[in-house]
Design a protein around this ligand. Structure first.
Ligand code: Z5A
Length: 223
């Protein structure tokens, strides 16, 4: 793969969507301006997300997060498999083709979300989740993952203030604390996960991200 796959992770309300958009604008400006000397004037920067990055994924997302199932609960293993199905479709039809043609892909959530939410949050078997992640991705890994680390209560307040909350956001606070613990454990064991203090202002969070990205762009020979 000649492109780069950059993932954003973390608990609700950490600012992933906001930061991804700002980073895309900044990257395009930086790399296409020719100043400093850009080696990639025609670079594509794609924004996508899980669940919901494809047409199939949008339907799965709706089912997982917002559908009115008249009181029927989605079972934990069914939920796990739905996230995996979304991912399999997303990687094969969108992410891989973009990476193959050299794009930078900015993705809102990926395999670490399943480990954090279904593994640490719901308590499903971590080895099984790793296996399923491998099947869904065909072994594709991110080149860099930003973990937007925010106090759980601040994140949930931000998400609630934004408006209607979805099925996952309705879970109790202990669930979200377990999810955060999951990210802490993942970050301890994976040097490609970069922890960002997401409690700060939008500008300060973006600044931390850009500082890391600049180093990576040099390393990856984009600039
Ligand atoms: N999920 C799962 O369980 N397993 C899986 O394998 C996968 C996902 C892939 C959907 O994700 C759900 O799917 C998610 C996990 C589960 N659980 N939930 N809910 P999602 O990414 O679509 O939804 P989300 O994580 O809840 O994202 P979010 O709430 O949209 O948060 P965000 O993208 O990180 O934040 P934001 O939209 O940029 O910002 C939220 C609000 O805060 C907004 O009003 C901003 O203007 C404001 N904001 C942002 N940054 C700041 C700062 N720095 N200061 C003040 N206010 C800010």
């Amino acid at each position: 793969m000649i492109g780069k796959f950059i993932v954003f992770e973390g608990v609700e309300g950490g600012g992933k969507t906001t930061q991804i958009q700002l980073l895309r604008n900044w990257l395009l400006e930086k790399l296409q301006s020719g100043q400093p000397l850009s080696k990639s004037p025609d670079l594509e920067v794609i924004i996508t997300r899980e669940p919901g990055g494809t047409k199939v994924g949008k339907t799965i997302r709706e089912l997982l997060l917002n559908a009115d199932l008249s009181g029927e609960q989605i079972q934990e293993r069914a939920e796990l498999l739905l996230y995996a199905a979304d991912r399999a479709q997303h990687i094969e039809t969108l992410v891989k083709p973009c990476l193959e043609r050299g794009a930078i892909v900015l993705c809102d959530r990926f395999i670490d979300s399943t480990i954090a939410y279904q593994g640490y949050g719901r308590g499903l078997d971590l080895a099984l989740i790793q296996q399923l992640n491998h099947i869904a991705t065909g072994g594709l890994k991110s080149d860099l993952t930003f973990w937007l680390d925010i106090d759980v209560e601040i994140g949930l307040t931000r998400a609630k203030n934004r408006g209607k909350i979805d099925r996952m956001e309705q879970a109790d606070i202990q669930f979200h604390q377990r999810v955060k613990k999951g990210y802490q454990e993942l970050a301890k064991n994976n040097p490609l996960i970069v922890q960002i203090d997401a409690n700060l202002t939008i500008e300060k969070v973006q600044q931390q991200i850009q500082e890391i990205i600049i180093q990576k762009l040099v390393k990856w020979k984009y600039i």
